[in-house]
Design a protein around this ligand. Structure first.
Ligand code: ADP
Length: 479
């Protein structure tokens, strides 16, 4: 029941019906009560006029008894009959001298209204519960000098006929109201359908989206301004979803390509051994070493892929601690030094101040190692790699610069993309997967940091990293 009331269509329907029914009921009650009181008023005036004429005629003699001749009595009877009532004539001693019902003749009639009428006051009253109109009227002697009351006329008239008259009007009205109500229901049902239609259309389109139909065109629906803005947002979401789908497809095809390359090499190498007799020991050794290198390469790609996937889906929560950044960089340099020496590259460490920051040490170490290793890999013999540390009140800055081969301008924007390599052959030689910078950037973003690359082809490259000293806690409890 509650669920039904939550439906917008039902609410519009109820609202439309109520806004029709309430005025109809009010108007009905008002019309009926006005009609009823108008009828009573009319009847009162009518009876009072006639009664006054009779009272006047009965004032011809000094006493009411004397005035009440046969023909007057007949008039009284006729009149009482005509108005569906009873007429009493009471003399100035409160004795009933005529009763059209003949029931209370000669009885004494004592009531406030009679006393009041004997002193010259009119009295009239409508008792709706008893369907009765009552009049008490004084009869004045016509010929006396001073106004003298000779008696009282009491008239009670039945008004039950009124009920029938009112109910026939009420029935007529109810019939009209019923027709109006039926029309109202039909209009309300149609209008509520029209109003809710765009919302239902949107909901259907979104359902189709949920079913996996990502090619649904959301912009085509004709609807309200408010829904339009919801749809625009949904469309942006769908576009994003499509991009994601596309990039995922691209990613999968890149991954298979990358994984296949070392496999192909292994196969070619193995095939070269197959079917050949008497291979010299040296050559045999050489091919096996190459195969081993390719296996190594394959496992590096898989390692990089795994760490990228782990970073991407957030399954690896951040493990934040306060770390001395100077020590942290010196440690990293110490690990890379043997490779650098092998390549005859000088490693320079430069620190402008002591810095402590809240970081995920293993993760940031992976990112920084990658930057420094790249600077060594894409260098020239005799070149240098300089790592410098600086900080202000909110951030620390890490600069890794080299005087190596540099990156062409048009490639600079792409180096953070997955699998992007400027020179595929050189990257392959050095065991690169094209994932290092993408991973580094993700890690730095997870620290709410930024990374920028500047380079001049043939002259060298500088990567600048900026990371907040205090880690920003994510809402939701993950750090
Ligand atoms: P890779 O595993 O190939 O090194 P990265 O994502 O680490 O992948 O780097 C992407 C590409 O950016 C590299 O292939 C290389 O062409 C270029 N690159 C990265 N660092 C440097 C650098 N210090 N000097 C010149 N080129 C660089």
């Amino acid at each position: 029941m509650m669920k039904l009331f939550k439906s917008l269509r039902i609410r519009i329907l109820i609202f439309a019906l109520l806004s029709g029914i309430i005025p109809i009921v009010i108007i009905h009650l008002l019309v009926i009560s006005t009609y009823e009181s108008r009828l009573i008023e009319q009847r009162e005036i009518d009876i009072l006029q006639r009664l006054s004429v009779i009272a006047q005629q009965l004032g011809e003699q000094e006493s009411l008894t004397a005035s009440l001749t046969e023909d007057k009595i007949e008039t009284l009877n006729w009149y009482a009959n005509a108005y569906g009532g009873r007429l009493l004539a009471v003399d100035d001693n409160c004795r009933i001298i005529h009763d059209t019902y003949l029931m209370d003749l000669n009885r004494i009639c004592i009531s406030d209204a009679v006393f009041s009428a004997l002193s010259g006051n009119n009295y009239q009253n409508y008792r709706s519960s008893e369907d009765l109109l009552e009049f008490v009227l004084p009869v004045y002697a016509e010929n006396s000098e001073e106004p003298t009351v000779t008696g009282v006329l009491i008239m009670s008239s039945d008004t039950s006929w009124l009920k029938g008259s009112v109910s026939s009007v009420s029935t007529g009205m109810l019939l009209a109201e019923g027709i109006i109500l039926i029309l109202l229901v039909l209009v309300a049902v149609y209008v509520s359908y029209l109003l809710v239609r765009p919302i239902n259309a949107v909901s259907m389109e979104i359902d189709r989206l949920n079913e996996g139909n990502i090619n649904v065109e959301l912009g085509d629906l004709e609807s309200y301004k408010e829904i339009d803005s919801i749809m625009k947002n949904a469309e942006r979401m769908v576009d994003h979803y499509r991009d994601l789908e596309e990039s995922q497809e691209l990613f999968v095809s890149n991954v298979s390509h990358e994984l296949r390359t070392p496999m192909t090499s292994i196969r070619v190498l193995a095939d070269s051994l197959k079917g050949q007799d008497n291979i010299p020991e040296a050559m045999y050794q050489e091919i096996l070493t190459d195969i081993s290198d390719e296996v190594e390469r394959e496992s590096t790609i898989i390692d990089d892929l795994l760490s990228m996937v782990r970073l991407g889906n957030g399954s690896d929560s951040m493990n934040i601690s306060s770390v001395n950044i100077n020590e942290f960089i010196l440690d990293t340099l110490r690990r890379i030094r043997p490779i650098a020496e092998e390549q005859k590259i000088e490693l320079i460490y430069e620190s402008f101040r002591q810095v402590t920051a809240e970081i995920d040490e293993p993760k940031l170490s992976q990112a920084v190692t990658n930057l420094i290793e790249n600077a060594v890999k894409y260098n020239k013999p005799g070149g240098f790699v300089k790592v410098s540390i600086d900080a202000d009140h909110a951030y620390f800055y890490l600069k890794v610069s080299d005087n190596g081969i540099g990156i062409p301008h048009d490639a600079l924007d792409h180096v953070f993309e997955r699998f992007y390599r400027v020179d595929k052959a050189r990257s392959r030689e050095t065991g690169g997967t094209g994932l290092g910078l993408s991973i580094a950037r993700t890690i730095i973003l997870q620290h709410y940091g930024v990374i920028k690359a500047e380079s001049e082809e043939g002259e060298g490259t500088t990567f600048t990293v900026r990371i907040p000293l205090k880690h920003i806690m994510e809402t939701g409890g993950r750090s």
